[in-house]
Design a protein around this ligand. Structure first.
Ligand SMILES: NC(=O)c1ccc[n+]([C@@H]2O[C@H](COP(=O)([O-])OP(=O)(O)OC[C@H]3O[C@@H](n4cnc5c(N)ncnc54)[C@H](O)[C@@H]3O)[C@@H](O)[C@H]2O)c1
Ligand SMILES: N[C@@H](CCC=O)C(=O)O
Length: 567
């Protein structure tokens, strides 16, 4: 079979020319009735660029006060917190309040009682709200979402557009599409005049706690609103450092018609929130994305409290990664360089999918090293108000200390050599320069621990030891989120596909380890990288329903004995 060789553009694929066959056997897919949101270009003079510049100015001009919202009540009470701009940490973008344990308990009660009515709302009506919200996000609210993401999470215009515009909108549209597709399945009814079987989707009685990370605005929207779409009541704890963008999503949903109390907006101190939700007998599920230690902690708490609950709480956790680029001697070196620079350093490496360890054969090391260093030196790090930056600052002082700790450690370890970067400065913003390190130890912590910052570590293997090097990928860490293999040798691609099967939930051949697109590469990892529920895929919505099978019989029941055993 011949397939088209394609160029991956910012979004989507542009066919280039015909190429040899894929190594992956595909089942037959049905056509999709929904499309990905196009990415805007923000060229000089474009309307979107002017609108965004104006929105950035408006957003930066004030410190917005963000309340806790429970049902219809707006609460401005609790420990005061501020969200600052990471690239200019003297500037306060939002003022908000940490909900106390009592306030969180109130949010739980409100969402449990709202759930009952909401679950009776016909699917068609719910779907209309989601579709309306997606259109609002794609239209009038797009630049407000982007501005909050750029200023609050320090994303470049490109990184904001793919997140708080495109991916967020896609999550809303595709989840609706997947819901409709899944609802098409109805069980067999052998003789519908006698008996009719059906299945309906119910929410889960209780509440779902949605706990979201800072690094993707879209993930916050997906974590809180997918359970809601399926008929659940939600208590949403946004990340402190993504507060304003998440607050804007919440407001869009209310404006689109989501009734009060279905999703409650509850900023809180992490451990206080975690303790309160896990000790509630109404806990029906946790929709979490964040680090492994936080998810492990939540899971342990649920285990300790198991006998209290009415349901077995569903635990969905998409966690960290130690993502790899593995280069084979047959690889195209220019593709390796381009893909690695983007994967390792876009958004300062603060994507769970970012490449942070690389395996290169000795025979290709010089050209790849030179290419990486040359491209690295061109990357502009700065304030996202400047549309020409490649990346902004890292999210906060904790991230700055953690990442620079790894860099300092590398400088003091003879096994590691900093090839490029290694500088940092937190006087105005939390800036860390993209850093490339070479190590001679494939088990060094630079090669095994999640750093979640702009630090790429390279291990060079001898060409003859390619299989030994390949085995390091899966054996040296507990993570299995994303990974990429660069090779033109089809036989090796096939070998890698099998040997690395359990090392990545999202696996790429000759492409970077980041940039999954909703509906195109459903996302999630295995092992300690998470429960792999594949956000952006058809199964995700099904995690948030407790389906009910119904058998209706239309004839009177008279016989005690078994009709098929009669002579
Ligand atoms: N696999 C994925 O899809 C994916 C996507 C994005 C981010 N991530 C991961 O997320 C991490 C970065 O995000 P982060 O720094 O926001 O993670 P984090 O674990 O520090 O925080 C995530 C959320 O949990 C909250 N939290 C912290 N302690 C808590 C507790 N004890 N109980 C309840 N909630 C608590 C935080 O306030 C935040 O809202 C990285 O490890 C990254 O790899 C994974
Ligand atoms: N889905 C995103 C990563 C999300 C985690 O941060 C990607 O594929 O790059």
């Amino acid at each position: 079979m011949l397939t088209a060789l394609c160029v991956k553009t910012l979004r989507g694929i542009r066919p280039l020319h015909r190429a040899a066959s894929s190594v992956v056997e595909l089942p037959k897919f049905q056509d999709f009735g929904v499309q990905n949101e196009p990415i805007l270009g923000y060229r000089e003079g474009s309307t979107e660029r002017k609108e965004l510049a104006e929105e950035l100015r408006r957003t930066a001009a004030v410190t917005e006060e963000v309340p806790i919202v429970i049902g219809d009540e707006f609460i401005k009470d609790g420990e005061v917190q501020h969200q600052v701009m990471p690239h200019d940490h003297g500037k306060k973008l939002a003022k908000f309040y940490y909900a106390s344990e009592k306030t969180i308990q109130k949010a739980i009660q409100v969402s449990v009682s709202a759930q009952k009515k909401w679950d009776r709302t016909p699917l068609e009506e719910r779907v209309r709200i989601w579709e309306k919200a997606a259109d609002m996000m794609a239209g009038a609210h797009r630049q407000r979402l982007n501005a909050a993401t750029m200023l609050g999470q320090s994303k470049s215009v490109v990184q904001a557009e793919i997140d708080s515009a495109a991916e967020l909108i896609d999550f809303f549209r595709f989840n609706v599409f997947f819901l409709k597709e899944n609802a098409k399945y109805q069980p067999i009814s052998e003789n519908p005049t006698i008996t009719r079987n059906s299945m309906r989707f119910r929410g889960i009685d209780g509440f779902i706690a949605a706990i979201s990370p800072f690094n993707f605005t879209a993930i916050g929207g997906n974590l809180a609103y997918t359970p809601a779409l399926m008929g659940n009541g939600v208590v949403w704890k946004p990340s402190d450092t993504a507060l304003l963008s998440n607050w804007r999503i919440f407001n869009i949903m209310r404006e689109a018609g989501l009734p009060a109390g279905v999703v409650n907006f509850v900023p809180a101190d992490g451990p206080t929130f975690g303790r309160t939700i896990t000790s509630s007998s109404d806990l029906a599920g946790i929709n979490f994305t964040g680090s492994v230690p936080t998810f492990n902690w939540l899971w342990n708490e649920v285990g300790k409290n198991l006998n209290r609950y009415k349901n077995y709480p569903r635990l969905i956790g998409e966690c960290g990664g130690k993502n790899y680029h593995f280069v084979h001697p047959s690889a195209d070196t220019r593709s390796v360089v381009t893909a690695t620079i983007r994967s390792a350093f876009e958004y300062c490496g603060q994507k769970c999918s970012a490449c942070s360890r690389m395996y290169i054969p000795r025979s290709l090391y010089e050209p790849i090293k030179q290419g990486l260093l040359e491209e690295r030196s061109k990357l502009k790090v700065g304030n996202p108000n400047d549309f020409s930056i490649f990346t902004g600052a890292v999210i906060d002082n904790k991230a700055f200390d953690r990442i620079t700790g790894y860099i300092k450690g590398a400088k003091n370890n003879a096994k590691n050599k900093i090839l490029g970067g290694g500088e940092y400065d937190n006087s105005k913003g939390y800036f860390v320069q993209p850093t490339i390190i070479e190590t001679v130890d494939p088990h060094d912590k630079l090669m095994t621990e999640e750093i979640f910052g702009p630090v790429l570590t390279i291990y060079v293997y001898e060409d003859r030891d390619v299989m030994k090097a390949l085995s390091l990928v899966g054996s040296s860490t507990k993570f299995a989120l994303t990974g990429a293999v660069f090779a033109n040798d089809k036989g090796f691609q096939q070998t890698a596909l099998e040997e690395l099967k359990t090392t990545a939930g999202n696996f790429y051949i000759n492409d970077k380890s980041t940039g999954s697109v909703v509906g195109q590469q459903p996302f999630g990892g295995g092992r300690m990288s998470g429960t792999n529920d594949k956000a952006g895929g058809p199964n995700y919505v099904m995690r948030w329903t407790s389906p009910q099978s119904i058998k209706e019989t239309f004839v009177p029941l008279r016989e005690i004995d078994y009709p098929y055993m009669r002579d």
